[in-house]
Write a protein that binds this ligand. Structure first.
Ligand code: NAP
Length: 225
């Protein structure tokens, strides 16, 4: 792990083994942050974290007790079934909601005291424009009910957490990474993962309490809820 410096700090990222989470972890490491890169397998620097498992999230909190963390990024997510209403089934739908909407709340609860002990105090939920009621279906008619509903729920989680954490001085953001070339986004996606990660990092590093409860895209654009 990289030593903290006055200009950097400690960032914890979920789902950091590949995709956008991995790119963010690499970027923060390159700029001198201590990175707690959480994966399902675990690493030398972070215990295993399965965000579908509330016990695993609580264990992460116990493991990190009293460790100051400046920035927490709830990034881990799954897409789920994209077949539309006809193929929607209960367990699959609930698994997507559990991972994409409930887990970030449990992570926020488990790591609140760590954020309070940090200097930056920023909690990020990686959301999606697909979960925007105002914009999500404008140019996109795919059938992924579970993903869209989970990301819409995550947006409300951001707004509620922003309200809850205001007195702690913890800023809570929903950030849309764009349509990114990862396993989830696919090869046809419009944005390179490094470009998305760089844009997100800029927004995160510049975040103050003035931005708490907001929904922005990687390029700085405000996304309508
Ligand atoms: N790519 C896009 O176009 C796009 C667009 C809008 C929003 N987003 C959001 O951006 C974030 C990153 O997505 P991505 O494109 O990088 O997706 P990805 O390539 O599919 O990576 C997903 C990450 O989440 C982790 N994950 C999934 N379930 C987990 C669990 N139960 N416990 C712990 N980790 C778990 C995966 O770990 P494993 O390797 O262990 O599976 C992986 O590291 C997500 O929140 C996604 O919804 C992406």
């Amino acid at each position: 792990m990289t030593q903290n410096t006055a200009d950097t700090g400690t960032v914890l990222i979920t789902g950091a083994g590949r995709g956008l989470g991995r790119a963010l972890a690499d970027l923060y490491t390159a700029t001198g942050f201590r990175v707690i890169a959480c994966t399902r397998q675990g690493t030398d620097d972070a215990p295993p974290l399965d965000v579908a498992d509330a016990t695993s999230i609580a264990a992460l909190g116990d493991h990190l007790a009293s460790v100051p963390i400046d920035i927490v990024i709830n990034n881990a997510a799954i897409r789920g079934d994209t077949g539309g209403l006809a193929s929607l089934e209960t367990d699959g739908f609930l698994e997507v909601v559990r991972i994409n909407a409930l887990a970030p709340l449990l992570v926020a609860r488990a790591l609140r005291s760590n954020l309070l002990a940090g200097r930056r105090r920023v909690l990020v939920n990686i959301g999606s424009r697909a979960g925007s009621l105002a914009e999500g279906t404008i140019d996109d008619e795919d059938g992924d009910y579970a993903y869209r509903c989970s990301k819409a729920a995550l947006n409300m989680a951001t707004v509620k957490l922003a309200q809850d954490f205001r007195s702690d001085g913890i800023a809570v953001l929903s950030l849309h990474p764009g349509w990114v070339k990862t396993n989830m986004g696919g090869a046809e996606a419009a944005v390179e993962v490094a470009e998305s990660a760089l844009g997100l990092k800029g927004l995160i590093d510049g975040a103050t309490m003035a931005e708490t409860g907001s929904f922005r895209a990687y390029d700085g654009r405000t996304v309508l809820w």
